[in-house]
Design a protein around this ligand. Sequence first.
Ligand code: KPL
Length: 296
Amino acid sequence: MREWTILGAGALGCTFAALLREKGNAVSLLLNERHRGHFHPALEFIALNERRRLVETHTRFADQAAGIDCLLVLTKAYQVLPALTSLRGLSANTPVILLHNGMGVAEQVASALPHNPLLAGVTSHGALKEGPWQVRHTGKGETWLGPVNDKGKAFAHLTKALAGALGHAEWNEDIVSLQHRKLAINAVINPLTACHHIHNGQLHEPRFADVLDQLSEEVHSVLAQLGETETLTQFRRRLHSVIELTATNYSSMHQDLAHGRPTEIDYITGYVLRHAGRLPVPVCRQLYNEVKKQGG
Ligand code: KPL
């Protein structure tokens, strides 16, 4: 791997860039046209131990896609397809790794870029944008990658370089199952915290006990219908532990709604609704409508 190119210079994209640079990897940030001529050549990274440092990366724009060796996509779910289809000259040999929240995008990318090796992943690293080109790494997590199409299967070796920088990265051929597990957590925490304007830990207040029970049951039943084998008890245990571990965080959907940005509701709760079939999912539907009503 000569260079990692990161599409999505948000908190997580910049954190990945900083961690990869720290281990000597070449990194470029693929920036939106509006940054042309404005980008400060270094971003400030605040590590878990509070150490601050300036990280230098190369920059690229959509018209410089031809030289990309490997593309890590860390944009919001709804930005993935427009951003990828705007790249001019992206080689069909370039592996594209989708690391956004939510699901339903990989299928669209697979038909838009039918010849590229396509991979998807999930990561539980936490990061926060503290200012323009200033990011804080808020939690070390795990990162899993797996193939979306046949060509993607030849890129398991990428996890080795990522593991060196991120602390953990592993390959799993059944990446959809890991995406489902993450989506299930997001489908409970994100819309509830966004609609009620609370941080994640407040979901443990007694007033949310009933809605947590109902919503977790709805989400679990849809994913069980899709073939996932985690039991409801296991799912609830995992959910409560994520709420505890991220108690002081505002969820990404809460932050999006609070800042008047579009949310990823169509790729999280929307995904659950699209796959519910005949299963009753009234709480999911109500939260979906409420987030949309609040502008998300
Ligand atoms: O992934 C998250 C998000 O906010 O999108 C959780 C796990 C809910 C942490 O806030």
